[in-house]
Design a binder for this molecule. Structure first.
Ligand code: LLP
Length: 463
């Protein structure tokens, strides 16, 4: 259709420029359960509720933008992962997705372990009472101080990522008179991308010790020589937001292959393997992630099969889901500030946040969905781009989505599935104040991470 055929501009769905969208949904008021946390519903007033609380009340009490986290959903996902892997495997929640003291307490109560990748995450974990033996420490360049702190606290495992680190962890263990349990992070030569999998020999990235070059086997030799280190297994993490299990299959085969080589060379069978995290979630209704029990079965089957072939006993398995647990549990609540229709293109809907609270769209070209949540609307669908308030045209929260054409400043809209890698990657760009995380459950709201204030910013700026 020619653009000039539509003088009314893009407020109606019959003008469809290029973009990442399909046809508008039949009912814009419908909340697709795949992308919203499980207690989200639309109430009799037409407004959205979560944890028994109306978003209009949440906005009034806590302000916008705000991350609203559904505690019951978080706990249910923890339980589902725990139950799916049973007593035969360990689930480590990857704290990088989102970590706070409340989250640590929920994990503890629900029987999950925790993976931390920095001194800061370790500090939050220990402060909130996570038993140190249930903490795994990651990172490709842990500082000596971080290693020392982890060893002194008694963390259950340190995943060593380089030859230098083997020496540093051993030195810390000796200093503290401990035998530190370690895993070796192995680069298996598998690169997994969103919605796609590429098996390749390409190992050109900073994490882990490459298997193909023999550096992983050399790390095993070095660790086994050190009295202060106990080598409990191998670790592999192939990527993030993965839907295709074949990447894990190749990774498991290669890790088990190395276990067999270790047995042949050293006469020891290492007791554990960790296949990392990376399981994908639904950001839009087009995404169809597997359930934890399907993932657990697929991984257990792969490992069992590979071990049978290699003539090894099945090692204890661990996994490290971050996004798959916390991602779907939260949405970001924004207030609409301006609604700017651009002739024959789309309508730019500006909200009171942006790339400072969700960098994923700008950084990874990530796709999100969005809904009007403060009321119901039967207006026609309007092709929209939800943008933030930052001084940058790449400041896009949702690239292409349909919102009702009667959208007005003051309306509340929400972007679902922002529980993972949004607050944890939030910035102060343009001196934005990072939004709070409000946990809701059974009709009660509770700030678990408070909103930043200008005073916080000024306190850092020592003049
Ligand atoms: N284990 C290790 C060793 C990891 O490096 C990661 C993520 C995980 C577990 C958890 O992965 P998950 O289950 O959450 O996919 N900022 C990016 C994601 C970076 C993931 C880094 N490592 C994003 O926003 O998509």
């Amino acid at each position: 259709m020619s653009r000039s055929a539509h003088p009314a501009g893009p407020r109606h769905a019959d003008v469809l420029p290029e973009g990442h969208y399909t046809a508008p949904p039949a009912d814009l008021n419908h909340l697709e359960p795949q992308v919203w946390s499980r207690t989200v519903t639309r109430n009799g007033d037409g407004a959205v509720e979560v944890g028994g609380l109306d978003v209009r009340d949440l906005a009034a009490e806590y302000g916008t933008p705000a991350y609203i986290l559904d505690e019951a959903d978080f706990r249910a996902r923890c339980r589902a992962w725990r139950a799916a892997f049973g007593t035969e495997a360990d689930v480590f929640y990857a704290g990088k997705a989102f970590l706070s003291r409340a989250v640590v307490r929920w994990l503890h109560e629900e029987g999950l372990n925790l993976d931390v990748c920095s001194g800061g995450e370790l500090a939050v974990a220990l402060d909130a009472g996570m038993p140190a033996e249930r903490i795994a420490m990651h990172g490709n360049n842990k500082s000596s101080a971080e290693i020392d702190r982890g060893v002194a606290a008694g963390v259950g495992r340190i995943v060593v990522d380089s030859f230098e680190e083997i020496v540093r962890v051993a030195a810390a263990a000796e200093r503290h008179g401990r035998r530190q349990r370690v895993q070796i992070r192995v680069t298996v030569g598998v690169e997994a991308h969103t919605h796609e999998f590429i098996a390749t020999a390409h190992e050109d990235q900073k994490f882990g010790l490459p298997l193909a070059s023999g550096q992983a086997a050399e790390a095993v030799r070095r660790v086994l020589k050190l009295e202060s280190l106990e080598l409990i297994g191998l670790h592999s993490h192939i990527g993030s937001q993965i839907f295709d299990m074949s990447g894990f299959e190749v990774a498991a085969r290669r890790v088990v292959g190395l276990l067999a080589e270790i047995r042949d060379e050293h006469g020891v069978q290492l007791p554990e393997i960790d296949l990392g995290g990376g399981l994908g979630i639904a950001y839009t209704p087009a995404d169809d992630p597997a359930e934890p029990h399907q993932i657990a079965k697929a991984l257990a089957d792969i490992v069992t099969r590979e071990c049978e072939t290699a003539g090894l006993e099945r090692p204890r398995l661990s996994v490290e889901p971050g996004r798959a647990i916390v991602g779907p549990t939260a949405f970001t609540l924004y207030e609409v500030g301006t609604v700017k229709p651009l002739e024959a293109l789309r309508t730019y809907v500006s909200v009171d946040g942006g790339m400072s609270d969700n960098i994923r769209t700008a950084l990874y070209d990530a796709e999100y969905s969005v809904a009007l949540v403060s009321r119901r609307s039967d207006a026609a669908p309007m092709l929209s781009r939800v943008v933030g308030k930052h001084c940058e045209s790449g400041d896009i929260v949702v690239k292409d989505a349909f919102l009702p054409a009667d959208l007005t400043p003051g309306d509340l809209i929400a972007v679902p599935a922002t529980g993972a890698y949004c607050r944890s990657m939030a910035s102060n760009y343009n001196h934005a104040l990072r939004p709070p995380v409000v946990a809701v459950a059974e009709g009660q709201g509770r700030v678990i991470v408070r909103r930043e204030t200008e005073e916080d910013l000024l306190r850092l700026d020592v003049g």
